[in-house]
Design a protein around this ligand. Structure first.
Ligand code: 13P
Ligand code: SF4
Length: 401
């Protein structure tokens, strides 16, 4: 029985992506009441938090944080706003934060300033008595939303019908729901991040002759090309078409099946922007994230995960020039922290990741002030079976890289 054609639905988070794009090149925080005018879903919050300015929010977060002491650890992804990341005990990309969550010795509460799939991962990897909190529960990820559980199960059933059990190894990028990670855990598969996708894919090809890569087709394609797999050996699975838009033969002949998902932030970059940067600064180094499209990655001088981007720029000589293709909050921070270098985003429109941006400092303040009153808001809790199966897929990743 093969999947039937379904009507195409665009994830709400994808439609909302441009809501915070600006041309004035500043990202300074405004009171939450003003930011509510951007047409994205916001979580309701008590009205006392709506009108505080950046200064007041910073002072109150500092105070609440001090009162909680060692009971609280704040983790922050590098794409978070300045006014939020300043409070992170640990900053990292998704791999580093997952490693950290797995090794946190104490801390009753882990407040995760990032997006929902990262908080789920922290819940799976942390101790049973630690509580993981996402300050704004509407901070999802458009890429993760592109791989619904139902669509991925349909795809997996079709692939097993065609290829037989064990005919394909599933890899899911960290940027996916716990359900998808659990499907990988249950079926001898694994999780990867942009820091370790190459090693994980090599591991998968030692286990089987084909790979299903979810949900980012671009990271999957860029990684497979690095391993010398030809484009002709890759097919894309469109969840809205029968057999993903493929034939049984094309699936049998493929080495990689790429889920048709993408990051709404990194697919904004294009080769034209790279050409313009090179025209303006002939000695510029172009450095992009591997969630960018294949032509952008191939036109760039370097590509790698968020931690790789930070390390490469930080360790570069004074006077060097960097045109960067990744999330703007990180690029602005790199520019500020490296005043002896020229650092700019290759896209001249300032577009933060709209879901990361939903962690406004007012939400951070609200959830930690409530913790002082022993009131837990927005705990992210993965059910036991899903947690157990996704833990297997995450542990496989953590043990090989
Ligand atoms: P990394 O943190 O793995 O670089 O991924 C980037 C990203 O898009 C996170 O959502
Ligand atoms: Fe998702 Fe892209 Fe935002 Fe990361 S940057 S959270 S992949 S939409």
């Amino acid at each position: 029985m093969f999947t039937k054609q379904k009507p195409t639905t665009i994830p709400i988070t994808e439609i909302e992506q441009s809501a915070f794009c600006r041309t004035d090149e500043t990202l300074d925080v405004k009171p939450l009441a003003e930011e509510f005018s951007a047409s994205v879903r916001w979580q309701g919050i008590p009205s006392e938090y709506l009108h505080m300015d950046g200064k007041e929010l910073t002072a109150r977060i500092r105070n609440a944080r001090n009162l909680l002491g060692d009971r609280l650890t704040i983790l922050g992804h590098h794409y978070q706003r300045e006014e939020v990341i300043q409070f992170a005990d640990v900053r990292g990309d998704s791999f580093k934060l997952a490693q950290y969550a797995a090794s946190l010795p104490y801390a009753e509460f882990i407040v995760f300033c990032g997006v929902h799939f990262m908080a789920e991962t922290a819940d799976i990897l942390s101790n049973a008595n630690q509580k993981v909190i996402l300050p704004n529960i509407t901070a999802g990820c458009s890429m993760a939303d592109m791989a619904s559980t139902e669509d991925v199960i349909d795809c997996w059933n079709d692939l097993e019908n065609i290829l037989g059990q064990g005919g394909i190894v599933p890899i899911t990028y960290m940027n996916s729901t716990a359900d998808i990670k659990a499907l990988c855990g249950r079926n001898n598969g694994i999780v990867c991040t942009s820091s370790n996708a190459t090693k994980v894919m090599e591991w998968a090809f030692q286990k089987g002759e084909r790979v299903l890569f979810l949900p980012d087709q671009h990271l999957g394609r860029n990684t497979a090309l690095k391993l010398g797999i030809a484009l002709e050996d890759m097919v894309v699975w469109n969840p809205f078409k029968n057999l993903g838009g493929n034939t049984e033969d094309s699936i049998k002949n493929a080495k990689i099946i790429l889920w048709q998902g993408h990051c709404s932030v990194h697919t904004r970059f294009n080769v034209n922007q790279i050409n313009k940067a090179r025209e303006k600064y002939p000695d510029v180094n172009i450095l992009v994230h591997p969630e960018c499209t294949m032509d952008v990655v191939q036109a760039a001088d370097y590509n790698g995960s968020t931690e790789y981007i930070i390390k490469t720029v930080t360790e570069s000589p004074p006077g060097s020039k960097w045109g960067i293709g990744t999330e703007i909050s990180l690029v602005s921070r790199l520019a500020k922290e490296n005043p002896d270098k020229l650092i700019f985003c290759i896209d001249s429109v300032v577009c933060p990741c709209s879901t990361m941006y939903r962690i406004h400092p007012a939400y951070l303040l609200w959830v930690i002030e409530e913790l002082i009153n022993d009131n837990i808001i927005n705990q992210v809790l993965v059910n036991d079976d899903t947690a157990e199966q996704s833990h297997i897929a995450l542990e496989r990743m953590l043990s090989i890289v």
